[in-house]
Design a protein around this ligand. Structure first.
Ligand code: GGG
Length: 349
């Protein structure tokens, strides 16, 4: 089996080319804010705008087209904002479609407190292409069957990715990591046979890589994450469980406005804030741009620009510590004021 790379190591000759899909609602505010931060790094990056989402659906009847997918494909990766779900019974999630089309099987969601919950620091590795989001659904007159698909291959490659992450990065004291992180394998194997397969495959991959592991039922994980979130280092889990646990984890560190994510495949990746389009605050300059800015940092790291990625992280930590925050974190600053402060911190450092 081909092993995934934590950092993209494709040998590229041309400058980096990214598709920029702001999407809907606050996506249209946080993505330009993050791009301003990107510009401050003076990198040679081509940006290709791609319109997808509810706005496009209202205008054209389609939220995403094959031409849009080709445009995304013509770039190294996609920087994505947020999407509103159109009121259409036949609608298929744009994000699920992109994840499946590009086989973006690993959804990486770091949970790191930078103000509230500052000792919380773990990563959720969520399987991203199967599970409850397999897209296999049968609608009967009085019932709907949604098929949960867990495969050996899908479980093996997400476990392999998690084991790579277990040895990556620095430890809590900022030193080079000598011991791998402890992997928590989250499942519901006492009830679901599909979870039994997931659990067994994850254990055998962790043993192969000598990564210390524990396994935990998803309900117990939710309970312990609220009581003692600092105990977690790295979680690997299935699609729906990872979706739910990561939103809960976000609440422990100050909210979705801080949570970045990467959707990684063998040859392509998409980076996006975990939050949605938040129509209630859209257009008011209230949206927190930090999740989008940290997603940008994940993109730079994936591309191999580690120094620039670290600079973005440092600037965000500096600005947040200075109390320059949007109202969701108790501040009074607008989206662009926070982005301006992060830009200035990068320029002066
Ligand atoms: N940035 C994540 C996001 O936009 N989430 C909203 C979402 O999941 N929408 C469902 C869809 O893909 O239509």
């Amino acid at each position: 089996m081909k092993t995934a790379k934590v950092v993209n190591s494709m040998n590229r000759v041309n400058p980096m080319k990214i598709a920029v899909a702001s999407g809907d609602g606050i996506g249209k505010e946080v993505i330009p804010a993050a791009l301003q931060v990107l510009d401050a790094l003076s990198l040679n990056i081509e940006k290709v705008p791609v319109e997808i989402g509810y706005g496009k659906w209202k205008r054209t009847g389609k939220a995403i087209t094959n031409d849009d997918l080709d445009l995304l494909r013509s770039c190294d990766c996609t920087f994505f904002g947020a999407i509103t779900t159109p009121p259409d019974p036949d609608y298929k999630s744009v994000l699920v479609r992109i994840r499946q089309e590009f086989d973006l099987y690993a959804n990486i969601r770091p949970v790191k407190g930078i103000g509230k919950g500052k000792n919380i620091n773990f990563t959720i590795v969520r399987e991203n292409t199967e599970g409850m989001y397999s897209g296999i659904e049968q609608v009967f007159p009085d019932a709907v069957h949604s098929t949960r698909v867990i495969t050996h291959k899908g479980s093996e490659r997400i476990a392999e990715y998690a084991c790579l992450l277990a040895r990556e990065d620095k430890d809590k004291e900022g030193d080079r990591r000598t011991h791998p992180k402890r992997l928590t394998i989250v499942h519901k194997a006492n009830i679901l046979k599909s979870c039994n397969l997931f659990r067994e495959v994850c254990i055998s991959v962790a043993d192969k890589h000598k990564v210390p592991w524990e396994d935990m039922l998803v309900d117990a994980t939710a309970h312990r994450m609220v009581l003692d979130p600092e105990r977690f280092e790295l979680i690997v889990t299935t699609n729906l469980f990872g979706d739910i646990l990561s939103d809960m984890a976000a609440a422990l560190i100050g909210g979705l406005g801080l949570c970045a994510s990467a959707n990684i495949g063998e040859n392509y990746a998409l980076f996006e804030p975990v939050h949605g389009s938040a129509p209630d605050i859209a257009g008011k300059g209230l949206a927190n741009p930090i999740a989008a800015i940290l997603s940008l940092a994940m993109m730079l790291k994936w591309y191999g620009k580690t120094k620039e990625s670290d600079a973005v992280h440092d600037a965000v930590a500096h600005v947040t510590a200075a109390g320059i925050t949007t109202p969701d974190l108790g501040g009074r600053c607008s989206t662009m004021k926070v982005a301006d402060a992060v830009t200035a911190a990068i320029e002066t450092r």
